[in-house]
Write a protein that binds this ligand. Sequence first.
Ligand code: NDP
Length: 497
Amino acid sequence: MMPTLTPRLQRFLDRNSHSMIIDGDSIAVSSDQTIAVVNPATEEVIAHVGLASAGDVDRAVSSARLAFDNGPWRTMAPMDRERILLRFADLVEEQADSLAQLITLENGKLVGQARSSDAIGASKTLRYYAGWATKIEGSTLDLSLKQKPGKQNFAFIRREPVGVVAAIVPWNFPVSIAAWKIAPALAAGCTVVLKPSEETPLSALMLGELALEAGMPAGVLNVLTGDGATTGAALVAHPGIDKVTFTGSTATGKQIGKSAMDHLTGISLELGGKSPVVVFDDADFEEAAKGIAAGIFRNQGQVCVAGSRVYIQKKHFDRVLQDVCDLGKKMRISHGFDPDADLGPLVSSQHLERVKSYIGKGVEEGAVLESGGKQVARTGYFLEPTVFSSEDNQKVIIQEEIFGPVLVGVPFDDIEDALQKANDTPFGLSSSVWTQNINTAHQMIDGLKAGWVFVNAPGRSDPNLPLGGYKQSGIGRELGRQGLYQFTTTKSVNIVY
Ligand code: NDP
């Protein structure tokens, strides 16, 4: 079922071609290579975008470079930057329906979630960082350097924008994750080249158009369409880039890190996760089961902070896991425009096959399939919410990121056992603890090796709450003050007078 699309989105989709945004203009890619954008609920092609070559990347970076070095953005009064960012936030909010429908068409997610998490989420992030544009500050320092007789000194630290930023984002929250990068970068006075995933390029283009409508000067925000191997790789390796900010898989993050090091380009990496949820005997089990199901099945489990391993204290293991299975079985699986749907399709047939292969591995290695596990017999890339149980923490489905609606339950004895098991993967992005005991909560907060710890709730982002990984889940922090400072550099100055 196709919904009535907003007039703006209909006009957007009616275009013959979807060009990149470079230097404030729509520019076609230089080659005739295109990428088909597929609706994962219907398997139909909804649009084609061009595949940007290394030459196209060079044009985008040159435009951002000129806009940074000579353009008005960096030198504009901070309050004027703030005003444009606020206008951008307002436009994203006003166009939330168009953006949400577009995201559902290219990504498959439920349109209500696309609206709240992506479109409204992005407008909140833009608004939050708009406020920061006027609050960037340095500091003064007392030095012990000896001065010549009659001389004094004045030392201070200036905080400056880092320069031209390459922002590479994945398909799971295409607009909100883009906003996590472009909002702080722009607030700091940087210029940006945004490279969305080839699965979800259209919403990034609409975002770029809204930035121009908001009065963003030409070249300040450029949007490239293309794939990772050609376009993304050329962008990261471009010598005109001062900072790479990347969200995606750990494997790609490592590749990008190596490439960025060739020019000693600064990097921030937000990578994969395998986040533990720990349920103690004294938890509110009903709330915990709902939180666990929401944490792993929302957005079809395609969430970096998804709680994909649940550790339940032995006595109540069967009961809590059964509750989660029951919640999963009740979920209505349908396309993202169905108002009754709880779960939409996965993003692509390739990703569906990857998640199914993990389910196969789980069965092969002897984990118990408690519920779900099957592809839904209908057009589109739909998969049942799936729950496994296992006593062995070393199974592949417990150690590797699946990025789908697949949960594994493991029993534990006590706090020490819970911490040992929860920390025993290469990842460290998020975690949740369910307990009524404040001492247990603090011991867990202390011991968990993860960038986020949520107590009695699944992980949820907020513009003021920094997000980032321990271990192989990343380098750096996004959101909050720390998310702004990753786009600044400091200059130490000493004036003798
Ligand atoms: P990928 O790592 O495959 O891709 C992420 C982005 O990088 C895409 O835009 C992709 O382009 C691009 N890319 C791929 N290869 C290269 C390359 N060699 N050089 C430059 N860019 C490249 O991740 P997915 O898109 O599959 O996203 C899912 C992953 O993202 C999961 O592992 C998830 O955990 C992680 N993630 C992490 C978050 C966090 O905050 N820590 C948040 C959300 C997701 P293209 O798609 O066109 O190939």
